[in-house]
Write a protein that binds this ligand. Structure first.
Ligand code: IPE
Ligand code: IPE
Ligand code: MG
Length: 247
């Protein structure tokens, strides 16, 4: 979709409330340049900044970024260590700017697997940015869509076991309220970079009716204009939610 006025973030009309991004292609970006994989991860931090600023400019409410999956723990140890080190650097370096921009950071996933000093840096970024009202950013770290669903099922089963919940009361809203994303609207738009057409265990419940935008751009090359392009294309989609038309 060519844009007549690229300085305009999006067309008039509704912008999605919630955009989720699978930030993929860092390793390939580095390999193309003969660099080690971590160089791609490092460069990807700049793209996170672009996405956050673009999200604010476009007026999104929520930006959810898939930073590290539970499956990514199975990568070589040096890459895992580099990614955790980067998460710490990002949390320390960016937290003040995020606060000033009005970004409230949440980190969802199994943080028990993260080393203490990284977890402390992440917690500090979370607490310092509390109350930011321009954008909510969810960083998904050590996250697995299936694990989140399993954990919700366990929690509901525990409540039933205690006699606090009638199994008949378990419906879609009750289930959604038990996931780590409780309280958030589902993503309207999922963006995946690097041209891969898969969701890789990301937000399996929440993406039920998301529009999907796959771009060949590798994550370290992603700019706010790539975000705006995805938003403009989203605005032309006809979302039906299983009906014939939906207003
Ligand atoms: C995305 O880039 C970052 C993480 C998954 C942590 P990759 O590291 O998956 O890069 P590619 O897909 O190998 O190019
Ligand atoms: C998905 O990317 C996870 C993140 C972006 C954090 P992967 O590179 O891990 O996914 P696959 O292996 O290509 O499915
Ligand atoms: Mg990948």
């Amino acid at each position: 979709m060519e844009d007549e006025n690229p300085s305009l973030p999006v067309r008039d009309g509704s912008v999605p409330r919630h955009v989720a991004i699978i930030m993929d292609g860092n390793g390939r970006w580095a390999a193309e340049r003969g660099l080690p994989r971590y160089a791609g991860h490092y460069e990807g931090m700049r793209s996170v900044r672009e996405a956050v600023e673009g999200a604010i400019d476009a007026g999104l409410e929520i930006l959810t970024l898939f930073a590290f999956s539970t499956e990514n723990w199975a990568r070589p140890e040096d890459e895992v260590l580099a990614l955790m080190a980067l998460l710490k650097v990002y949390s320390e370096k960016e937290r003040e700017e995020l606060r000033q921009k009005g970004v409230e950071v949440h980190v969802l996933g199994d943080l028990t697997r993260i080393d203490d000093s990284t977890r402390e840096a992440v917690e500090l970024m979370k607490s310092r940015t509390q109350g930011g009202s321009k954008l909510r950013m969810n960083l998904m770290v050590s996250y697995s869509g299936r694990s989140d669903i399993i954990e919700a099922a366990r929690e509901l089963a525990r409540r039933v076991g205690r006699g606090d919940l009638d199994p008949e009361e378990i419906d879609a809203p009750a289930f959604a309220e038990t996931l780590s994303t409780r309280g958030l609207p589902d993503p309207d738009l999922l963006i995946r970079t690097s041209g891969e057409f898969r969701i890789s265990n990301f937000m399996l419940w929440e993406l039920a009716y998301a529009e999907i935008h796959v771009t060949p751009v590798l994550w370290p090359d992603f700019t706010r204009d790539d975000l705006f392009q995805a938003l403009r294309e989203f605005q032309l989609r006809n979302r039906r939610f299983g009906r014939i038309s939906f207003c």
